[in-house]
Design a protein around this ligand. Structure first.
Ligand SMILES: NC(=O)c1ccc[n+]([C@@H]2O[C@H](COP(=O)([O-])OP(=O)(O)OC[C@H]3O[C@@H](n4cnc5c(N)ncnc54)[C@H](O)[C@@H]3O)[C@@H](O)[C@H]2O)c1
Length: 265
């Protein structure tokens, strides 16, 4: 084994939904560990904000526009990255959307919208990556689910059911490819301060109400036994572990960086 099992030099990674939040932090941490990282997201404009930050750090990265719900596009992107770089070592299926619907009122349209990204997007990304990795005899797939897979969450029904499906899919895939040297794990983040959660603190004109946001973050922090809210870097470090040789004996697991929110798991 290498001296530093967290060193990703020479590795190639793809992160979906990487223009902001947990995806951006994860892509940055993987690149800081030495990987060449392909950041993908829905629109190229989203990357304008982050390009100079990554560039200043001298990191190796590329951007690609990708809708993870489009299977053909996912297949093409993954195959292209593997062909150009000669390998694909790490696939982080992070992109997701959320709803605010209840079990009794969730509509078919809402289920379709959310599951297309959060569940099918994970399946498409995992399959495309596994095709390359199984042939190579190594690789790490990390699917981002959520703490909602462990607890009843009747306020985000499309989201929680899509995440539970993604978690179960990941276990099955982990079993199917285990003997080929490919590892498949999920992270189930606790509440993390990202743009996804700012929908609760917006003014009518769409801008963030800083006072309401501070109160909301404090409320979410208090709901975890450790009394702190998550930062995207907490999830990025969990992904780094699973992506690296430090986790070479770890597959089929759900890693819960969540301040103890879903103990006793
Ligand atoms: N923030 C939290 O509290 C929290 C908790 C548990 C799990 N998570 C999970 O962590 C991951 C990242 O969440 P976040 O909070 O950073 O969210 P975010 O909304 O801040 O970022 C999500 C990114 O995904 C992109 N995206 C959305 N649909 C896409 C699609 N079809 N194709 C490609 N990209 C798409 C968005 O453009 C955005 O850049 C998600 O899987 C989310 O479910 C977040």
């Amino acid at each position: 084994m290498q001296d530093n099992p967290f060193d990703l030099s020479g590795r190639v990674a793809i992160v979906t939904g990487a223009a902001r939040g947990i995806g951006l932090s994860t892509a940055t941490v993987l690149a800081q560990a030495g990987a060449v990282v392909v950041l993908t997201d829905l629109a190229s404009e989203a990357f304008d904000r982050v390009e100079s930050g990554l560039g200043k750090q001298g990191l190796s990265f590329e951007f690609a526009v990708l809708d993870v719900a489009d299977q053909q596009a996912v297949d093409l992107l993954v195959a292209d990255v593997a062909r150009r770089h000669g390998r694909l070592d790490i696939m982080v299926n992070n992109a997701a959307v959320i709803d605010d619907s209840t079990p009794l009122t969730v509509t078919e349209a809402e289920l379709d919208r959310v599951h297309a990204v959060n569940f099918k997007g994970v399946v498409f990304g995992s399959q495309a990556a596994a095709r390359v990795m199984v042939a190579a005899g190594s690789g790490s797939i990390i699917n981002v689910t959520s703490g909602v897979v462990d607890v009843a969450t009747p306020t985000v029904t499309g989201y929680s059911t899509s995440k539970a499906a993604a978690a179960q899919y990941s276990r099955g895939l982990a079993m199917e490819v285990a003997a080929s040297g490919v590892r498949v794990n999920t992270i189930a983040p606790g509440w993390t301060d990202t743009p996804m959660n700012e929908r609760h603190v917006l003014r009518e004109d769409g801008t963030i109400d800083a006072e309401r946001k501070a109160a909301y973050v404090a409320m979410r922090a208090a709901s975890a036994p450790m009394g702190i809210a998550g930062d995207p870097i907490d999830q990025a470090h969990a992904v780094l572990y699973l992506a690296s040789d430090a986790a070479r004996f770890v597959t089929g697991m759900v890693l819960r960086a969540n301040g103890g929110a879903t103990m006793p798991w």
